[in-house]
Design a protein around this ligand. Structure first.
Ligand SMILES: C[S@@+](CC[C@H](N)C(=O)[O-])C[C@H]1O[C@@H](n2cnc3c(N)ncnc32)[C@H](O)[C@@H]1O
Length: 257
């Protein structure tokens, strides 16, 4: 098993999310919960009117900010996600772009909001630097991301079925905190656990949110009935349900420049 760190394939990520766009909002329960909490964190501060929703997906939270009379730029790598956001009139502007190469002017937004997108980037410090550059002095950055330990039930169960890695690796919480160190910041840790009555809906929910793109490539072949049964056999149960855990890190960065 080759676990060498390769740069992420952004075209493939954009493709996976673009394909998920039409069904995304019906299965993205976790994203909606974490995004609401991220909004609360931002609203606890004094924020201005210009909001960048970085890695906006379907524009679910762009629309939420627009309802609060904010002027919203929705930015995403995936053309399919952006078209969806545009059809919903979720934002004021739509930009196809990469968080790690933000094409926005320096100091051009008051709030940079990014819910569960930066775990798809190559380099978290680089993503945070980009957010910091485009946010005005006195402005705010709020982001959420997944940390090591997320999806551990799935990875452990797969470990009993074959020798391939079936989930992406997430940064340890310590490294996420370190990436915030150059700035005045606050980090909040939370765990979420979703329970599924069967394994297939659990796997489909990951597919439905486009989270099945693997940075190291997909080597394990087709999911046959036999493999699904073996996985279900190995998967831990909680009161008969299949749990799936997420370790969330929420970051608040104050732009004291
Ligand atoms: C899990 S979804 C979250 C979407 C949205 N923020 C929400 O809360 O529903 C992650 C989104 O980030 C986008 N994304 C991933 N890497 C990105 C990058 N480097 N730059 C911009 N967007 C990116 C994906 O295309 C996808 O739409």
């Amino acid at each position: 098993m080759d676990l060498a760190v390769k740069p992420v394939d952004k075209q493939a990520i954009a493709g996976a999310f673009g394909r998920a766009a039409s069904k995304y909002d019906t299965v993205a329960r976790l994203q909606q919960q974490t995004g609401e909490y991220l909004m609360e964190l931002a609203q606890a501060e004094n924020i201005g009117a210009r909001v960048l929703d970085a890695g906006c997906g379907t524009g679910f939270f762009s629309a939420r900010w627009k309802q609060q009379n904010k002027h919203v730029i929705a930015l995403d790598l995936a053309a399919g996600m952006l078209s969806h956001a545009r059809r919903q009139h979720a934002a004021d502007y739509y930009l196809q772009g990469d968080i790690e190469h933000l094409g926005l002017a320096a100091n051009s937004v008051d709030l940079c909001f990014s819910n569960l997108a930066v775990q798809w980037c190559n380099d978290l410090p680089c993503a945070l630097q980009a957010f910091y550059r485009v946010t005005r002095p006195g402005g705010l950055i709020v982001f959420s991301t997944l940390a090591q330990g997320s999806l551990h039930e799935l990875e452990t169960a797969w470990g009993q079925v074959d020798n391939y890695r079936h989930t992406n690796q997430f940064l340890p919480q310590r490294e996420i905190t370190q990436a915030c160190q150059p700035y005045r910041h606050k980090v909040i840790l939370r765990q979420y656990c979703q329970h599924y009555p069967q394994l297939l809906p659990l796997l489909n929910s990951l597919k439905g949110i486009g989270a099945t793109h693997l940075h190291h490539g997909r080597q394990q072949g087709l999911m046959t009935r036999k493999r699904l049964n073996a996985l279900a056999e190995a998967y831990p149960r909680n009161n008969g349900h299949y749990p799936l855990s997420y370790h969330l890190v929420f970051g608040v960065i104050y732009c004291d420049k």
